[in-house]
Design a protein. Structure first.
Length: 590
């Protein structure tokens, strides 16, 4: 058949597929060029989701006629001059491929002006030679992309419908808008606006614009520095989650990126706090020496590689974890209060053990609830019309009571502890609150957790598969406090367990769940978390356990002293808040 050199036009169209594959990637490239040009306002107009028409308008620095002529030629760029420049890229676009690639697979129009003298119009039809002419245009640049992939039917066949392509454009612009809150963004199609974000004073205001003030209240400030990495931004409490990563934005040196390693860092931070397949909203900005990050891994520049991938992942995990883990202020010393009149005080046994003392909080704790309200209120006043809270988020999730203002007022259904503060009623799931307190105590123990001998050894019957795992795992079980020995072909005799489990827990159930975790395929740290969560679950008070006032007060103290008091180890919400004003409305007290 013979080897032949591809026609330059065909070669350009093949290369274009590496840079642009759908309307969203076209918009991303054009918007990043606008940001590099110093734009403060960027508008995107679509037709048929971008498959028929894409217009991107900015008020950046614009180009003079010579730069306008060169910008549609391959490998023409003002941002790098040598190989050494690639080692410290600080701009979003630098490869000199975006505009010529887009122009090779569309009917392309560009009008630009520096604001001094006449502007310039550049016309390219499907990769043909560019035609230039004078034009009138304010300072900035407007790019029109018509009939994307009209001359490459095979690529156009892979485009989705207008709705899906439009959604991808909006998602892309949303991530970029989070990375650049100081810039105004607008996406429209016909007479309908799909995204309208005025320039924000800061990242918090941008998040309030996107998610609503109520959801922004569940975001916690991230400020962290370690080695070469500085991480700042906001991370949601574990009680606020989404079904995808669409609301998780990570920017590296101002560039919105997707990276499995960075996402793993986020997952590490939220491990044992959210259910599988749920993702809390996050907006992080990572600053790192450009020489330590390679943004030239892929033509789309959306994938990056760090010189130390492990350090990058650990920095993200530690930054988010330090923001969402916190301790409320300790209550002032005071004698126990008498129970409310008529409250049953039956004692059913000794109160749960009070949590051991923990090391001081590492890093800066998040602001208290009043400070958060003031900060969010300030952001909301800056918005023309603050978006309402999402209906699927019940009131009270994402906030926590102040221990100094709480009073235990009773137990509901032998499963929920009722608390009051001056402004609200709190309903606390006693099982998951106790479970969270125990798990955090086990994970935070500076020394091995105490093991307690069982008054009566417990014989645990096992299935053949469980017995086989147990026979090979007695040493690992001992690490988690289970002192056990074979007792016949298919059973174990347990003589001791962690004190929290031995006192009132389900030793057999915890042991069998631990064996299931050991036999699984999860890596070591995840297996450890699962086993500790299992022990905590089987050690905690159960639904149906009646508690005395003192037991409830002790449990609440332990719970609010934990690092992650919003959700249980499986990601379920622990508490629910109902304000007195809401109760008044329900009772027709207007």
């Amino acid at each position: 058949m013979g080897i032949k050199i591809l026609d330059p036009t065909v070669a350009q169209q093949v290369a274009a597929g590496e840079v642009v594959d759908r309307p969203a990637s076209v918009v991303k490239e054009l918007v990043e060029n606008a940001l590099d040009a110093g734009a403060s306002r960027i508008e995107v107009e679509l037709a048929e989701g971008g498959t028929a028409r894409i217009l991107v308008r900015d008020d950046g620095s614009g180009m003079d006629p010579e730069d306008a002529r060169l910008c549609v030629l391959r490998h023409a760029t003002s941002k790098i001059r040598s190989v050494e420049d690639l080692e410290s890229v600080s701009t979003l676009g630098f490869r000199g491929e975006a505009l010529p690639s887009i122009a090779s697979v569309s009917a392309f129009r560009l009008i630009t002006s520096t604001g001094e003298g006449p502007g310039t119009r550049v016309v390219v039809e499907g990769g043909s030679e560019a035609r230039l002419s004078p034009a009138t245009h304010p300072k900035g640049t407007t790019v029109l992309v018509d009939r994307l992939f009209y001359n490459v039917p095979a690529r156009r066949a892979f485009l989705k419908g207008p709705r899906a392509e439009r959604a991808a454009v909006v998602e892309t612009l949303t991530h970029i808008a989070v990375a650049h809150p100081e810039v105004s963004f607008r996406v429209s199609e016909g007479s309908r606006e799909y995204l309208s974000l005025p320039a924000a004073a800061d990242l918090l205001e941008r998040l309030a614009q996107l998610h609503g003030v109520a959801r922004a209240r569940a975001m916690r400030r991230v400020e962290y520095e370690s080695g070469a990495f500085r991480v700042e931004g906001y991370a949601a409490l574990p009680s606020l989650t989404e079904s995808s990563r669409a609301h998780q934005t990570v920017a590296v040196n101002g560039r919105w990126v997707r990276g499995d390693n960075l996402h793993r860092g986020l997952d590490d931070a939220y491990r044992a706090t959210v259910p599988a397949g749920r993702y809390p909203p996050v907006a992080l900005r990572i600053s790192v020496d450009p020489r330590r990050v390679d943004v030239n891994v892929h033509p789309t520049k959306q994938l990056v590689r760090f010189s130390d991938e492990r350090a990058a992942r650990e920095a993200v995990a530690a930054a988010v974890r330090s923001a969402i883990e916190w301790r409320p202020p300790a209550p002032p010393a005071a004698p126990p209060r008498a129970p409310a009149r008529g409250f049953a005080q039956e004692r059913l046994g000794p109160p749960p053990r009070v949590a051991e003392s923990r090391p001081a909080y590492r890093g800066s704790p998040p602001p208290d609830l009043r400070a958060v309200r003031e900060e969010i209120s300030r952001a909301s006043r800056a918005l023309p019309e603050p978006p309402p809270a999402a209906p699927e988020e019940p009131p009270g999730r994402g906030t926590l009571p102040d221990l100094r203002e709480l009073r235990v007022i009773g137990q509901l259904g032998a499963g929920y502890i009722l608390l009051e503060d001056p402004e609200a009623l709190w309903i606390v799931d006693q099982h998951v609150a106790h479970e969270r307190a125990i798990l955090d105590r086990l994970r935070d123990a500076g020394s091995p957790a105490p093991v307690q001998s069982l008054l009566v050894p417990e014989v645990v019957e096992l299935s053949p598969a469980e017995a086989e795992v147990a026979a090979e795992s007695l040493e690992e079980l001992a690490v988690y406090g289970f002192e056990a020995e074979p007792f016949g072909p298919r059973s174990l005799r347990v003589t001791a367990a962690l004190a929290s489990l031995a006192e009132r827990g389900d030793v057999a159930g915890a042991l069998k769940d631990a064996l299931a975790a050991i036999s699984g395929t999860e890596p070591g740290h995840r297996r450890e978390d699962r086993i500790l969560a299992t022990i905590a679950c089987h050690s905690a008070v159960k639904m149906g356990d009646r508690l005395s006032l003192q037991e409830m007060e002790s449990l609440v103290r332990d719970w609010l002293g934990s690092r992650l008091p919003a959700t249980c180890p499986h990601g379920r919400s622990i508490c629910y808040r109902m304000s007195l004003s809401e109760i008044g409305r329900k009772m027709d007290r207007h």
